[in-house]
Design a protein around this ligand. Structure first.
Ligand code: FES
Length: 173
């Protein structure tokens, strides 16, 4: 028989500076995942999925829940490009920089993307529409160069297709 769920209360932790909604989201992730083997990575993925990033103020709470140091949590966040410590825009655009895509024009596409969006990797456009992130293979090498917008893959990307995608994305909420 499954053990009854024991809710994790973070609101009253002495160093919990998260706003209530974020605190509740982090507590939910910790409650669901702190018992799984190698819980740190699943927890970081869970927090980023729930909030769009891993707030610096969540590091202490995660460390506390797993009985590890803040430095360990911070080390994993900074090691993996995937994790973000700042909020993201409404849409996240991942641009593949790995070999197959590079051989099919990803370098020029990257330069174009940065110019058109007016931002570098890990930054968001001024209108809050798009965050640009690098990624190292989207598993779509046969259709290089590839990008992923939110959860949707787009292959054989050209400058023209890219511009259309950005224009369409900006028109959505
Ligand atoms: S190298 Fe870009 S999708 Fe695999």
């Amino acid at each position: 028989m499954a053990r009854p769920a024991i809710p994790i209360q973070l609101r009253n932790e002495p160093e919990n500076n998260l706003p209530p909604d974020q605190s509740a989201a982090v507590a939910d992730v910790l409650h669901r995942l702190k018992g799984v083997p190698g819980a740190l990575l699943p927890i970081l993925h869970g927090v980023q999925e729930a909030l769009g990033y891993v707030p610096p103020d969540a590091v202490h709470l995660i460390a506390l829940a797993l009985n590890i140091s803040r430095a360990e949590v911070h080390g994993v966040i900074s090691f993996y490009h995937h994790f973000r410590s700042k909020p993201v825009a409404r849409h996240v655009l991942y641009l593949c920089r790995a070999e197959a895509c590079q051989s099919m024009g990803a370098v020029a596409l990257e330069a174009h993307a940065k110019k058109i969006l007016g931002i570098d990797f890990h930054e968001s456009t001024a209108d809050g529409a798009i965050t640009l992130e690098p990624v190292y293979c989207l598993g779509n090498c046969a259709c290089s160069p590839a990008v992923m917008l939110d959860q949707e893959l787009h292959g054989r990307m050209t400058v023209e297709k890219f511009d259309s995608l950005i224009q369409a994305t900006r028109q959505t909420a």
